[in-house]
Design a protein around this ligand. Structure first.
Ligand code: MGD
Ligand code: MGD
Ligand code: SF4
Ligand code: MO
Length: 704
């Protein structure tokens, strides 16, 4: 080790994989970032994004002080002044138009930040607005819906027991690039190798032959957005061939009579034209799944963000349950975390809330206190009582991450007031009147409240901040705490006193003590690499939150959705192609493109297109092409590749940094285009309102 250098251990906060880092540093400078071999969860694995954490820390473009928009540009202001302006801005709008006129949007990094997780809810409550939005509804809302109606709690999310399964059946996920989601599992390449070494199989269903599909024992191409038919056909085969363990269902599994006959019409032959999957492939896969000594069906982003996302997640759960692969080793299981977020969020064993209010324009029901973000723009743009007039964004970039981003941009210009809690002036926050920048990443303490609860192995780890926030920078939780104090309509003396003492570490300590392992923060700090708490263990029926303590196989809302599915193939028009997204290992949603170290190398924001479709349009790799949808047009280089199924094209999300008025030099120099300038806010999962990104119809041509 270099002289005078020191080592700091922490967990990477960038994605769900919770990799342990070993950071060597000296006098405030980072010398190296490596994988921590002694971390019991990640065992030394990291990806290139972790190394870029230092670039976020040192980035000269990152905001360190609050800024206010003026006619002559952004002006740094004091924290006191910034809070005063935010308070008056939000209060003015609420006094004039009512509480609901202030909307909030919370983005992805909030789930990776314990302070934000714990201190944002009181602020949302203080605002008393029904217009709450988050990245959940451009992502995993269908998972929450299925869990809510089947198991009684939206956070009771099953994860694949990847370390012990013999058959890993993956739809719409690319964990080699994404490192896993709703499956915290650092080191996926090794996990897949280990599965195959013990005689297990991996089957991947994806319109692209992805990095993950390339490692699979079988890759099945599927037409975007049609997985619901494919999954129903799998269940058809299972029921038709008596491959379900129905007679052995325990008494806490309710509703098997309601499943009778519902998959009859989805024979593999009948759905083959819709899905593009040959009938025999469906039959073979279903039979293999049922006969494996253990098996798990797992579907993520690609099946969640489509027109029938909620039905897909329901059918995936059903496949696991009816084949006896649910809540048991090697199947779909639940984590046993040191702090159980499910119990904390519903201490009385009550179900989550649903349908208490609706979005004003399109009438979407609220779920868990939130509305789908696909309605945010129309709620700002449609005049009338209850119109959104102010917005708070926090750790989110909805202009790039939500469907029809160009429409949202228009909507943001109509607001009376906007405030963003964010570290950058980017595509979204440039519309704000005030930006409050928190300390971030290496300056924060870390405990994965969310992801320990979605992990494939039980561990617990607490990381101290590596660096002290500079110039009195505030943590996200401190910003939220101050905003809550200022926005509370009533604030009792007792609340004031207790607020003085509430910090994330106190809450964390309390949660650990109440948890099943009866840990505490002092003890956890003694294990800088984390504590191994063992493999996943079964939790049902005790963990069920339904009022009757039963698992519901066939909730009415899902049954109705399935019965409405039409088997008539949809005709898409001449030469239309079907658009999907993709993720790359060296990119993290929309906000890491300011790290030169990470974005260097070949251009990644390309239109992937199959050679047949390219030839028909006279397109060669590297040519600039235009992609046009009903909502917009973008121009980018083509990448002709066999990876894509014929009829399908792919653009990664999170790009499009060419907008004016930002302050992200590296990102602006290599801007790419935003796929969400093409996607459609009206194209959503009909049950949950989650955005449907897969299968947007586009036309592709050589650029002039
Ligand atoms: N077409 C298409 N659209 C998609 C997707 C897709 O696959 N295809 N994926 C969707 C998914 S899964 C997601 S999760 C969303 C993500 O979309 P969002 O959550 O809306 O946005 P991010 O790109 O994650 O941007 C995160 C923001 O947080 C800021 N930030 C980073 N660290 C901190 C911090 O510590 N504190 C605070 N306060 N701010 C911080 C960054 O500067 C950035 O502005 O995009 C969704 N959109
Ligand atoms: N490197 C990196 N890692 C990340 C992120 C990142 O931006 N970069 N983002 C993080 C976030 S916020 C999330 S939510 C997770 C997401 O993690 P994953 O769910 O693994 O997400 P993706 O890598 O987008 O994989 C989705 C796959 O679905 C496929 N797909 C698209 N449409 C369909 C369809 O209709 N049917 C089927 N069967 N497949 C389809 C796509 O081709 C793609 O391979 O990744 C996280 N990890
Ligand atoms: S896989 Fe995720 S958690 Fe692990 S180092 Fe990369 S970004 Fe960080
Ligand atoms: Mo996500």
């Amino acid at each position: 080790m270099p002289e005078n250098a020191r080592i700091h251990y922490r967990t990477c906060n960038l994605c769900e994989a919770m990799c342990g880092l070993e950071i060597t540093h000296r006098n405030g400078k980072i010398l190296s970032i490596k994988g921590d071999k002694e971390d019991p969860f990640s065992k030394g694995y990291i990806c290139p994004k972790a190394v870029a954490l230092q670039d976020v820390y040192t980035d000269p473009d990152r905001l360190r002080k609050p800024v206010r928009k003026t006619n002559s540009g952004w002006q740094e202001i004091s924290w006191k002044k910034a809070f005063d302006l935010v308070e008056s801005g939000l209060k003015d709008v609420q006094n004039k138009y009512g509480n609901d006129a202030v909307a909030i949007y919370q983005g992805n990094p909030s789930v990776h930040n314990i302070g934000m997780m714990l201190f944002s809810s009181p602020f949302f409550k203080a605002l008393r607005t029904k217009n709450r939005f988050s990245a959940t509804s451009v992502d995993q809302l269908p998972h929450h819906f299925a869990s809510q109606f089947m198991f009684g709690h939206s956070f009771l999310l099953p994860v694949p027991d990847i370390n012990r399964t013999q058959y890993f059946f993956v739809l719409g996920a690319n964990p080699i690039a994404s490192n896993g989601s709703i499956m915290s599992a650092s080191g996926m390449p090794d996990k897949i190798k280990a599965l195959q070494a013990r005689g297990g199989k991996m089957v991947v269903v994806d319109p692209r032959n992805t990095e993950t599909a390339l490692k699979a024992d079988r890759h099945i191409f599927i037409k975007p957005g049609t997985d619901v038919f494919f999954l129903a056909a799998i269940l058809h085969v299972l029921f038709k061939n008596g491959l379900t363990g129905q007679e052995k269902f325990p008494e806490w599994i309710a509703g098997k009579e309601k499943l009778k006959g519902i998959f009859d019409r989805f024979s593999p032959e009948r759905v083959a034209e819709i899905t593009g999957v040959p009938a025999q492939t469906v039959i073979t896969t279903a039979k293999e799944f049922a006969s494996a000594s253990s098996a798990v069906c797992y579907g993520r982003m690609g099946v969640s963000t489509q027109q029938h996302g909620t039905l897909c997640q329901w059918l995936i759960n059903l496949i696991n349950i009816v084949t006896g692969n649910f809540d048991r080793e090697g199947g779909a299981m639940f984590s046993n975390p040191a702090i159980d977020v499910v119990k904390f969020s519903a201490p009385n064993g009550t179900m989550d809330k649903y349908n208490r209010w609706h979005s004003r324009v399109r009438g979407f029901p609220e779920f868990g206190g939130q509305l789908p973000v696909a309605v945010l723009a129309e709620e700002c743009l449609t005049a009338g009582e209850g119109q959104i007039k102010a917005l708070v964004t926090s750790a989110g970039n909805p202009v790039l991450s939500t469907p029809n981003g160009r429409q949202l941009e228009k909507a943001l210009t109509t607001l009376d007031f906007m405030v963003s809690i964010d570290i950058y002036i980017n595509e979204t926050t440039r519309f704000a009147d005030i930006i409050l920048p928190p300390a971030t990443g290496l300056e924060t303490a870390h405990y994965d409240l969310a992801f320990h609860g979605l992990a494939v192995h039980n561990t617990a780890k607490y990381s101290l901040p590596l660096f002290k926030p500079v110039n009195g920078a505030r943590q996200d939780w401190q910003i939220y705490k101050e905003l809550t104090r200022r926005m509370k309509k009533r604030y009792s003396f007792a609340e004031k006193i207790s607020d003085l003492f509430i910090t994330p570490s106190r809450l964390l300590n309390h949660g650990l003590k109440k948890g099943i392992y009866q840990l505490n923060l002092r003890k956890l700090k003694k294990y800088p690499h984390g504590i191994d708490l063992g493999p996943l263990k079964p939790v049902f029926p005790e963990a069920l939150y339904t009022p009757d303590k039963k698992l519901h196989l066939a909730p009415d809302i899902l049954l109705n959705g399935l019965s409405k599915l039409s088997l008539e193939p949809v005709h898409t028009g001449n030469r239309a192609l079907s658009l999907i997204g993709r993720r790359h290992l060296r990119s993290n949603n929309s906000w890491m493109h300011n790290s030169l170290r990470l974005v260097k190398g070949p251009t990644r924001c390309t239109l992937m297109i199959n050679p047949d479709d390219a030839k028909e349009r006279n397109i060669r790799s590297g040519d600039r092409v235009t992609v046009t949808s009903e909502n917009g047009k973008v121009e980018l280089p083509a990448e002709v590749t066999e990876q894509l199924m014929p009829g399908v094209v792919s653009i990664p999300h999170g790009w499009g940094h060419h907008r004016s008025g930002m302050r992200m030099k590296t990102a602006e120099a290599n801007p790419g285009v935003s796929i969400n300038d093409l996607t459609d806010d009206l194209f959503v999962d009909e049950i949950s309102g989650n955005a449907a990104f897969s299968g947007v119809k586009v036309r592709v041509a050589l650029a002039d």
